[in-house]
Structure formats: C-alpha cells, structure tokens
Design a protein around this ligand. Structure first.
Ligand code: GDP
Length: 487
C-alpha cells in the first residue's frame, strides 16, 4: 500500500512509534511532543501488541477513572468498608516512598502490574510530587480526587497495618467470606516477599481496591511468574527495554520541569558534539570519601579508553584519562570537537575537580571540554517540590547524553539510563566506604534498572535456589550481586 507520508512518519517519531496516544492535547504538556527532538533515537521499538494494550488501557482508564460514574460507585463501595463482588473497575492506588528515583521505578512497576491485572492506576500525590509529571492518560486523570475517602496515607500504610496483605495472610484473614474494602500491598525493599506466588495473586485479584507502596523495581518479579509469561512475551519481546518503554510512556516532565531541562540544554549542551553524563551519588549511609570516589572516576576512564576526554600526557599528573591519540575535529566542519561533561551530584566537589583538570590541561585529542553541573543541593530533600523538579530535570538531561556513567546502587542513575536505553558505565561500590573497588567500574550489559532486593525465595522454587538462574531473561545485577535485572 502507500508509503507513509513524511507527516505521518514525523508523527510516528514524535509519538515514539505509537507508544504515545495521538489523542493528547499538545498544549497540555509540551515535553510530550518535544522530547523526541532532544533524545537520541531509541534502539527499541514498542511491539504492536504493547501499543494496542496501551490504547485499551487508556479506554479502561477513561471508563473507570476519576469523575466517571463507575468510579463514583467504586468509591461508595470503598466507603462501605467491604469489598464488593468483582466489579467492572478495579484499582491500584500507588503511594510514594523514598527518593524520586525509587518512586519512578515503583510507579513504573505499578503501571505494568495494572496492565497485567486489568487495574486502573491512580496516584496518591502529596504536594512535593505535584507539578512534576504531566497526566499520562488522555481524557482522564491518574490523580486521586481531593475527596477520596483515604487521606492519611503515611499513617495508615505501615509495616504493621492490619490491611497489609502479608499481615492479613499471617492472621489467616484472606480466606474469609467478607473481605475488607481494600488490600494494602507493601512492597518496600526487603518486604518484596509478600505477593509473588500465583496463589497470592489469585487472592489479591478479588480486591477491587488495592493500595500499593513500594520503592523498588518490582516489575522484574513478574518475569519469574509463569502466569504472566505469555502476556509479557507479547508485550515486551525485547526484555532489555521494559522500563524504557514503560517510563517513556508514563513519564513526561511537566511544563515547569521541561523549562528547566530545555533552558539548561540549550545553554550548555546543545552545541556539543559529544555529551557525557556523570552521575555521582554519595549515599549518607555509605559515605565514600571524595578521594576514593574521584579515584573511581579516574580509574574507570583509564579502564575504558575514550569514556572521558583524555588529557595530554605531559600536561597533568592528575589527569582524568591519559591515553594519547591524534587531534580530532568535529565531523566535516573543520572546527575542533567540543565535548560537554554533565555532572549531576548533590555535591559540587566533583564538578570543581574535573573542571579544574580540563581547565589547566589540554586534551590529548585537541578537543575542547566543557564541564557543567545544573544544581548542587547538598542534601536530599524529597519533601520539597522545587528540589524534586531539579532532580527530575537532571535525570532527563542525563538521559540525553551519548555516554552515561552512573554510581552503583543509585536508582536516580537507573532512571536516567533506562529512559535513554543507554548501557551505563557503573562506578562500583567498594566493600566499605574507605576500601578500593576493583575494578573501578563495569559497562552494564543492559539499560534496565536493577531490583536490588528480590524475595529471599520464590514459591515453587526450592529453598536456596538461585533466582538469577530461574528464568531465561533474568540475571543478577552488576552493581548489586543478589539483585535481579531483565535482559
Ligand atoms: P538514590 O537514593 O540514588 O537511589 O535515588 P533517589 O532518586 O531515590 O533519591 C535520591 C534523591 O536525592 C533524589 O531524588 C534527589 O532528590 C536527590 N539527589 C541525589 N542525587 C542528585 C543529583 O545528582 N541531582 C539532584 N538534583 N538531586 C539529587
């Protein structure tokens, strides 16, 4: 039949190969339509089946979402305190926990869970999360309405909550005749044990309302469950791109955040021939001292020649990289190549040191090097909206880079390389903050995030069996050995 016209090809690209619905109003969210022109083209195309499932999901969300008559009925049932017989609309209400990277991994996982179980995803949005993301679903909202009957999320949903699935199961309440109006699924770090047996999922499916709290990429667990095997194979023929597709679909920075992203990009990154992202995360609970962390960067760039621009041999003893090669020019222009290094960190020390190195030395290749850092907030302030907006903007800026160096264990880094579908170089965590990590870094095999704390054992599998060897597309992570990631 006819070739696609240039216009429709353009639309295809803007809408990420059909991942995004064309029914969204362009005025409502600029990043949704402009992102494609900042990003490197994705190496992965969404499967036609995924595209079809997303459109069906959007229809379900419109039918059952806030302000629909079916939603109002469901909220009445919730108020009644008892679970109704299986209703047409079932919901999973996501509630945030921990930092923004953790939140995005768990929110993406919750959306995949909603797709697999035909639930409608709603989001409890405390003030610090407002104004970060655009509404993802056309013609409806994912935000809980202000008059939603549950208000005290932080107080109600704790480890000890009697409505948590794990506690209900322990108390023997899950087989009762009348179930409570909702179930709380607690999937925080080491509590990921709770729910990944098929028998659990059968019970959970009875609840029309589920509240889910998690800070991990539990999406990886579904790939170990035979019940979802066929569906997941159709949705994601390429296992390396699960988070990539989900995140590109679900997350579009709000106009406010997008202004930060594009303002910084145009000012500091747009003219570079090559962009390298360097994400340096120092965890308060694992305080690697500056010299040790900086040493990782130096040794990593020696290990992977060309990862960072090399400093000329005779110039500096404190070189970031020191291999020599001939002068390079930006292709075809005759002008010297410019490499921009984007540093993201809560601290400014790394930026200052690296900038100092390139300021006082020429590069072995003759290229120019710029070093930029958008913000340095010193401490994590997840409760502050503007702080989160900067963090989100920096994740997107990192995701626009050609090469990305991340810090082991950081979910902030996972989101950046997952969005980009770039396999990162990961600065490894030393055995203790003062010890030497050897090697300093590894090139990751995939761009998928890591599920750092999988359940200790899986139902059906023998005690002590290796979860990383159970399914063909699941392996251990480079940065957290007992963790799991898809590939
Ligand atoms: P993780 O703790 O590294 O796994 O990542 P999270 O995103 O879950 O939590 C860390 C939080 O600290 C971020 O969400 C930010 O609030 C803040 N943060 C950490 N590193 C950076 C950074 O490089 N830039 C900015 N702007 N904020 C950061």
């Amino acid at each position: 039949d006819a070739m696609p016209t240039p216009a429709s090809q353009h639309d295809q690209d803007r809408l990420l190969g059909g991942l995004l619905s064309s029914a969204v109003d362009e005025q409502s969210c600029r990043s949704r339509f402009e992102l494609a022109s900042y990003r490197r083209p994705s190496p992965f195309r969404p499967s036609p089946y995924l595209v079809d499932r997303l459109r069906r999901y959007e229809a379900l969300h419109q039918r059952c979402g806030p302000s629909s008559p079916l939603f109002n009925d469901s909220v009445e049932h919730l108020r009644s305190g008892r679970n109704a017989a299986r209703s047409e609309c079932q919901y999973v209400v996501w509630t945030p926990f921990n930092g923004l990277g953790n939140r995005m991994l768990s929110l993406g996982s919750t959306f995949l869970y909603a797709l697999l179980t035909d639930r409608v995803l709603l989001m409890h949005t405390p003030p610090e999360l407002q104004g970060l993301f655009c509404e993802p679903f056309p013609g409806s909202s994912w935000t809980l309405p202000a008059d939603f009957p549950i208000t005290d999320f932080a107080g109600t949903f704790t480890m000890l909550s009697p409505t948590s699935y794990k506690n209900m199961r322990l108390a023997g309440n899950v087989s009762a005749e009348t179930l409570p109006a909702y179930v709380f699924l607690d999937l925080i770090q080491s509590y990921t044990d709770a729910a990944f047996c098929e028998a659990d999922q059968r019970v959970l499916a009875k609840f029309n309302w589920m509240v889910l709290k998690s800070d991990v990429y539990f999406a990886a667990m579904f790939f170990l469950m035979t019940a979802y095997e066929r569906e997941l194979a159709r949705l994601f023929p390429e296992k390396e791109a699960v988070f990539h597709h989900v995140a590109r679909y679900l997350f579009s920075p709000s106009d406010d955040v997008w202004d930060i992203v594009t303002g910084f990009y145009e000012a500091y990154l747009a003219r570079a021939d090559d962009r390298v992202g360097l994400q340096l995360r120092v965890f308060p609970e694992f305080p690697v001292p500056f010299e040790n962390m900086y040493g990782l960067i130096v040794r990593c760039s020696e290990q992977y020649e060309g990862l960072l621009p090399e400093v000329a041999q005779n110039d500096s003893a404190r070189s970031v990289g020191n291999h020599s090669s001939s002068t390079v020019a930006a292709s075809g222009t005759g002008k010297k190549k410019v490499t921009s290094i984007l540093v993201t960190s809560l601290l400014s020390d790394y930026y200052e040191r690296i900038r100092g190195v390139y300021f006082t030395s020429t590069t072995a290749t003759g290229e120019y090097v710029e070093v930029h850092q958008p913000s340095h907030d010193r401490e994590q302030h997840t409760e502050a909206r503007a702080h989160n907006q900067r963090a989100l903007a920096e994740m997107y800026l990192l995701s626009f880079c050609d090469r990305i160096v991340t810090t082991a264990v950081s979910t902030f880094g996972y989101v950046a390389h997952g969005l980009a579908a770039v396999r990162p170089w990961v600065l490894l965590r030393p055995p203790s903050p003062d010890a030497r990590a050897d090697p300093a870094c590894v090139r990751s095999e995939t761009a998928e995030p890591c599920l750092q704390a999988p359940p200790r054992r899986l139902c059906g599998a023998a005690e002590g069996s290796d979860l990383g060897a159970l399914a063909p597309h699941v392996r251990h992570c480079e940065d957290v050995y007992r963790g799991l990631k898809l590939s």
